[in-house]
Structure formats: structure tokens, C-alpha cells
Design a protein around this ligand. Structure first.
Ligand code: ACM
Length: 633
């Protein structure tokens, strides 16, 4: 019997029941579209299907979609002059769809995606792929699934034009193939901006032909594989074989690869701080003469006292007082500007430790000469000079929010990372802003139970990332370009670790920058994320299942007993636990309220279940650790 299902809008989990042959599935599109009407029935992909490219730049998008549909099905689907999957640019612009929106119609008769631009067709294609079963993500042929996509009508467009992910390729070098994989993964979720953090203390990753030592020296260090910041400094004669960089050819190839997928690449050259790799190549660019520089291999050179300002043990800054610095930066930005077509260049500007500047004669002289009253003004002087260089290359400067200190350069845009306040201040001064606050968007932070995750200094759970809203109240929306997630890689030595940190939190960021705020829904999102776990398994993409980890706390009651306090990222999950050292399953005690631990308990072991199935990993925590987590009375 056929049960018709026409549902408009709501993004709950939907079991589709149309007839006995069609398996129940869920609507799992991420980021959630602006609006949709689910119809009855399915479109079925066939060996004879073809992607009808209708000219005007639709061919490349059609070819990419055809490839995605052919790989897992084994069908030879090609772009063609006719076909049951039609990609069309609208003859008359639909202003409601904007530059990146699309209209997708799917029925038993075929698929039509319409848009004002090829980018819109590309995003419509990404949504279409998500309507097929998870095996569509497989990189090899899968026999068995019926290749059906929901019959549906979707109208969709992004909330923000800047939907970014930052990838730090300096702390650890990632190959060109890995950067392409990163792009492939991000475009599935409709990100359109890849921010490459190309230089830092640990490596200079872009060839600058006029300054060859930047990569001959600055791209290499001895291999250290252990715990970050726990490592011995490189000995002067130690072979420096670990690292790498992108040649001009590599960069051109990456830029084109990204462009074909409607992604802009924002290059970052992080100065004046974070410059140890540049100083290893050209040591006389610092304001602390005589310092022996090597590319940092992970050893500590900066102090971060808990309640005081950070300071450097070794000066990792370029000197704002040295004309040669600007001469060299002019060479760097000349080549960077030629290689990257994107309108912005990011100059970093973050975390400049000024304690060694304070001692420098050349900086003192500069302050006197230029009438600079503070070291913040010294940094601002530097940023303003860099802005002149960058704008002389026809580009706009972007920097981390520290560039506000001492006065913002006239044409600068700000990437706000220390919360949103820097972004708000910059927007109020009529500067453009990208929001990427640590509170919601730092994807290098640990994401589950901290004792089980690689050690990092702060945590960010999926549900917090999902609360990201790049547009603060009382700020002119025109000044907020959008938002992005940042993936620093100090502790990420390989691409599997990169993917683990990205997913699923980058999905939460994607939905925060694409989907209208009022259409976001946390419980619906969790259901859809679970659907995407299956898709990522099929794709071979790594991800974290830490959203199932209980949030483990403790407190002392009035009688001094230790009490276990568990909370969850979402309600619809059960936590079962043991206190007797055995490994729990779903027949063990279910956590429902704070639990007073008897004095003889040494460890608590817990595991999460959803719909009767184990979803989380078992977590064991000692009473000693729980005592540390209990607020002192
Ligand atoms: C930053 O996280 N230092 C921008």
C-alpha cells in the first residue's frame, strides 16, 4: 500500500514509507536547506542516466557530478546534451536565489537543478548526492543499493558569503593531495573558502623564488613524533629532513582545483610574530641580534603563565624597525599576490610577544623617531606598512584581531578569534569582519572526554560549535562577511588526525554559516549527523564519535561524599555505568541523576546507548580524577 508523504520544511528525522520495496531512510541533508517539500516516490539512477549540461559553464559541474555518480555505481554516467539529470542556468535571474542558491526538483521522471550561476548548480549537486543512499560516497563500486534519491523540491541559498575552514599546513606539512582531499571533504558541506596558514615558527610552506632560503632552510626541521612541546630542540648538526613546501606550480594547481569547486584560497603569511621559520632563513630580520635560529621542531620557546601575559624566551618576531624586513615582505607579497587570485591576503598579526622588543635599541629608536607611545603602536605601525605593501599589489589585508591594538590600518579587515569582541569593535569602525571565535570555531580543541582525547589546552564540544552565530546583535550585517572554523595542527601529524578533528564539528560550522538561524535545530542536526557517519564510513573519511561521550563531572555533597555528575550533549541517549570495576552494558545501572559514590569505589566505567544500540566508547575514569573535577567547597 502506498502511503503518501508530503512534508514541508521541518527537519526532523523522517522514516519514508512508500511501498514495501523502498527501504526506510532519513532526510539527512547538511547544511539544512532553506526550504523543501518532500514528495512521494523516488528518482532512480539507471545505467542509462546522463547529466544534461546546458552550456554557459555548466559542463564542469556536470562532469564532476557525473563522476561522483559513476564511481560508486559502476555506471558510465557522462555529461551529455540531454539526460534525466538536468543542470540549467536560469535564463532570467531569480534574485531570491542570489549568487550561490539553487532550486532542486527531483521526481520519478528526473532531476532538475536550476541556478543563477554554476556555483549554485554545484551546491545543488552536493545536495542531490546527499539524497542518495550513503554508498554513493564510496570510492569503489558497490553492488546492492538501489540508487534512489528522494522526490523533493528544495529551494536553498547560503546565509553568508564567507564560509571558511582554516587549515594550518605549517605546524605539520600536508601534501598537495591531502589539501585536495581537504577541499573535496569541505565542499560536500558547501564551504567556499580555504584559508591556508602557510607560515609559522614550525615551517615556511610556500616557495618564494626571490628569497629561496625561505624554503631551503625554513621548510625543514628534524622529525619529532612524540608529544608536542615535550620535544628536544634541534641540535645544530642534526639532519633536517622533515617538512616540505608548495612550489609555484603546486600552488597554481591547488588554486585551480579549488576554483573548479567554487572555493577561494586565502593565503596567510603570519607576521610579525610566528616567524621563526623565516628567521631561521634570514636571522638578521629580528630585533634581537645574535639569536641562534632554527625552525622550531615543537620545543617550547614561549611562556603562557596562567594569569599573566605571555612572553617569548626566544624572539620569533620580525623587527618593525628594520627596512630590510619591508623590502623582503614586498618580495614575498609580490609572489603571493601573483599566485592567489583571491582579493584578500592574510598577514596574521596574532600573538606577537613584545617582551624582547621592549629591550631592543632599534625598537626604542623607532618609537622615538615615529613618536610611538607603546609597543601596541609599534605593532600597528608595522601592520600599516604591511597594508601599504599588500594594497600596492592590488589586494586587501586581513589579519587576526590583534591588529586592532594600537589602531587598525585604514583598509584592513579583521578575523576575530579571541571571541567575537574584536570583530564587533572592527565592524563598528566600518571594517569587514570574519568571525572565527575560539568559543565555537576552534577545531583543534579536544571534542570529547578529555582523558580519552589527544591533549590540547581547551575543549569544544559539537553542541557548542553548533551554537555558532557569526552575526552578533547590534552589528551591521553588511560588515560581517561570514564565519569559519580553524584547524591548527600543532598536535595533528597526519591527515587521519586532521579529519578526526574536523568532522563532525565542521558540519556544525557549515550549518551555522549556510542555514538561516531560525531553521537550525540541534536534535534534528544530531539525527542528520548520524546519517553522515554512515556516509563518511562509505567515503573512508575519519570522524569523531565524541558527541556520545558523557560530560563527566563531580561534586561534593554536604557530608563530604563525592558525587558523580554526568551530562549529555543531547537528551536522547542513555548512559549505563559500573562502579565495581566490570565493563558495563545496557543492563547496568542507568544514570538518571547525580550519584553518590561509595567510599570503596576506585573507578567508574560508563558507556552510551541510543535506541538499544551501543553508540559511544567505554570510558573509564578514576575516583582520583573525579576528585580533581569536583569544585572545592
Ligand atoms: C590564533 O589562534 N593565534 C589566531
Amino acid at each position: 500500500m502506498k502511503k503518501l508523504l508530503v512534508i514541508t520544511g521541518s527537519l526532523c528525522m523522517l522514516a519514508i514509507q512508500t511501498n514495501a520495496q523502498i527501504p526506510a531512510r532519513t532526510f539527512t541533508v547538511i547544511p539544512a536547506p532553506v526550504s523543501y517539500t518532500l514528495k512521494s516516490g523516488f528518482y532512480t539512477l539507471k545505467p542509462t542516466s546522463a547529466v544534461h549540461a546546458t552550456g554557459n559553464g555548466t559542463e564542469k559541474v556536470a562532469a564532476m557530478l557525473a563522476r561522483s555518480l559513476s564511481t560508486p555505481t559502476g555506471y558510465h554516467i557522462l555529461p551529455a546534451k540531454s539526460g534525466d539529470i538536468k543542470l540549467q542556468l536560469l535564463a532570467k535571474k531569480d534574485t531570491a536565489l542570489g549568487e550561490e542558491g539553487y532550486h532542486l526538483q527531483s521526481s520519478a521522471a528526473g532531476i532538475t537543478i536550476s541556478a543563477n550561476t554554476p556555483a549554485g548548480l554545484f551546491y545543488g549537486s552536493q545536495t542531490l548526492l546527499q539524497l542518495f543512499p550513503k554508498e554513493i560516497e564510496s570510492k569503489t563500486v558497490v553492488k546492492g543499493p538501489s540508487w534512489q534519491a528522494f522526490a523533493i523540491d528544495i529551494k536553498d541559498k547560503p546565509r553568508f558569503g564567507w564560509r571558511g575552514l582554516m587549515f594550518d599546513v605549517s605546524r605539520h606539512f600536508f601534501t598537495k593531495a591531502e589539501v585536495k582531499q581537504f577541499i573535496d571533504d569541505m565542499v560536500k558541506y558547501k564551504f567556499n573558502l580555504l584559508h591556508l596558514h602557510l607560515t609559522d615558527d614550525q615551517g615556511w610552506r610556500i616557495e618564494i623564488k626571490s628569497l629561496p632560503k625561505l624554503t631551503e632552510v625554513g621548510a625543514w626541521r628534524p622529525l619529532r613524533e612524540g608529544k608536542w612541546a615535550n620535544t628536544p630542540a634541534p641540535a645544530p648538526d642534526e639532519p633536517k629532513t622533515y617538512g616540505g613546501f608548495y612550489t609555484h606550480e603546486d600552488i597554481r594547481e591547488l588554486v585551480q582545483y579549488a576554483k573548479d569547486r567554487f572555493v577561494n584560497i586565502l593565503p596567510e603569511i603570519d607576521i610579525p610574530g610566528h616567524s621563526m621559520a623565516m628567521l631561521a632563513a634570514y636571522p638578521d630580520l629580528s630585533a634581537t641580534p645574535g639569536t641562534q635560529y632554527t625552525v622550531n621542531a615543537g620545543e617550547k620557546f614561549m611562556e603562557w603563565p596562567p594569569n599573566a601575559h605571555f612572553y617569548a624566551l626566544k624572539d620569533n618576531n620580525l623587527s618593525p624597525a628594520n627596512d630590510k624586513v619591508y623590502e623582503y615582505l614586498d618580495k614575498v607579497f609580490t609572489e603571493v599576490a601573483q599566485l592567489f587570485p583571491f582579493e584578500y591576503i592574510h598577514m596574521g598579526g596574532d600573538e606577537t610577544a613584545k617582551n624582547l622588543w621592549e629591550k631592543s635599541e632599534e625598537i626604542k629608536n623607532l618609537m622615538q623617531r615615529e613618536n610611538l607611545k607603546s609597543l601596541d603602536e609599534v605593532q600597528s605601525y608595522f601592520v600599516k606598512k604591511v597594508e601599504k605593501i599588500i594594497s600596492s599589489k592590488g589586494k586587501k589585508l586581513m589579519g587576526w584581531d590583534e591588529i586592532l591594538e594600537g589602531g587598525l590600518a585604514p583598509g584592513a579587515s579583521v578575523m576575530s578569534w579571541r571571541g567575537m569582541k574584536g570583530g564587533i569593535a572592527a565592524a563598528k569602525q566600518n571594517h569587514q569582519v570574519v568571525m572565527s571565535p575560539t568559543d565555537f570555531a576552534y577545531l583543534d580543541y579536544f571534542q570529547g572526554e578529555r582523558s580519552m582525547e589527544p591533549p590540547v589546552y581547551a575543549g569544544l564540544r559539537l553542541n557548542k560549535a553548533y551554537q555558532f552565530d557569526p552575526l552578533p546583535p547590534d552589528v551591521d550585517p553588511k560588515m560581517i562577511l561570514g564565519g569559519q572554523g580553524n584547524l591548527w595542527t600543532e598536535q595533528l601529524q597526519n591527515f587521519r588526525a586532521v579529519q578526526y578533528m574536523l568532522w563532525p564539528r565542521a558540519m556544525a560550522i557549515a550549518e551555522s554559516v549556510w542555514t538561516p538561524k531560525e531553521r537550525k535545530n540541534w536534535n534534528g542536526f544530531i539525527n542528520r549527523v548520524e546519517g553522515h557517519f554512515g556516509r563518511m564510513d562509505a567515503a573512508g573519511t575519519r570522524y569523531a564519535k565524541t558527541m556520545y561521550d558523557p560530560i563527566i563531572g563531580a561534586k561534593y555533597d554536604d557530608n563530604g561524599n563525592l558525587v558523580l555528575v554526568l551530562t549529555k550533549e543531547f537528551e536522547d541517549m542513555d548512559i549505563h555505568f559500573s562502579i565495581d570495576e566490570s565493563n558495563p552494558d545496557q543492563y547496568y545501572r542507568k544514570y538518571s541523576e547525580p550519584f553518590t559514590l561509595p567510599k570503596d569505589v576506585a573507578n567508574v566505567k560508563m558507556v552510551s546507548y541510543r535506541d538499544g544500540k551501543q553508540v559511544g566508547r567505554q570510558i573509564n575514569i578514576s575516583v582520583e580524577e573525579l576528585k580533581k573535577r569536583a569544585p572545592k567547597k
